[in-house]
Write a protein that binds this ligand. Sequence first.
Ligand SMILES: [Fe+2]
Length: 243
Amino acid sequence: MSDFVPARPHGPLQEVLPGIWFVTGTVRMAPLVTFSRAMTIVREDDRLVLINSVRLDDEGLAALDELGTVTDVIRLAGFHGMDDPFYADRYDAKVWVLPRTRYLRGFAPDKGAEPYFRAHVEVEADTELPLRGASMISLGTKPPEGLLRLDREGGVLIAGDCLQNWAEPDRYFSLVGRVMMRMMGFIRPHNLGPGWLKATKPRPEQVRALLELSFEHVLPSHGTPVIGGAKDAYRPVIEAYDG
Ligand SMILES: [Fe+2]
């Protein structure tokens, strides 16, 4: 277990929609640079599916175990995934990713770098996902970036790095993290992820494809849930994106 990334501070598991919980935790980019990232937990029957996994501390894991049994982990963001091996090991969970997703350290890994983990399933268009009424949307960028749409509550879109909602820095930001992320344009509600845009340079039509999806709610990996009216809230920034 000691090879896994340690648990870092996080908040409570909050049920934001029926059968869907959201928990905000910490990512540490450098010794003085931390900011928040969030995990979504979806329950179906007594199974739990973790999306955008964030390692919880012992108390958090106990709260998670109260909700059901973790069976699957779905990775969406091209630059996340560091806690997937922990959950795969602890629960013998199956890890699902888009094809060509790799587990490599850093934002610009060396060519030929050895992955630190391998997912169990690469999700193709006809792959049956471990949640009923769920679909995986690929934005066609490199590295792959996905969203998970749940056909419930008018459409729930769970996002990795592409759709964010950091209206304000939260308690998981260090002082340097606050200054840095504000300067880099991350601190805005209903935002396209600035780091993701810079790293993957999506074409405008790849971003605009989001508006073809039907959704009412967005559960981002960075920021707070957007409950109700999410598509209209994100429409201006999506339409304004010109590459
Ligand atoms: Fe991220």
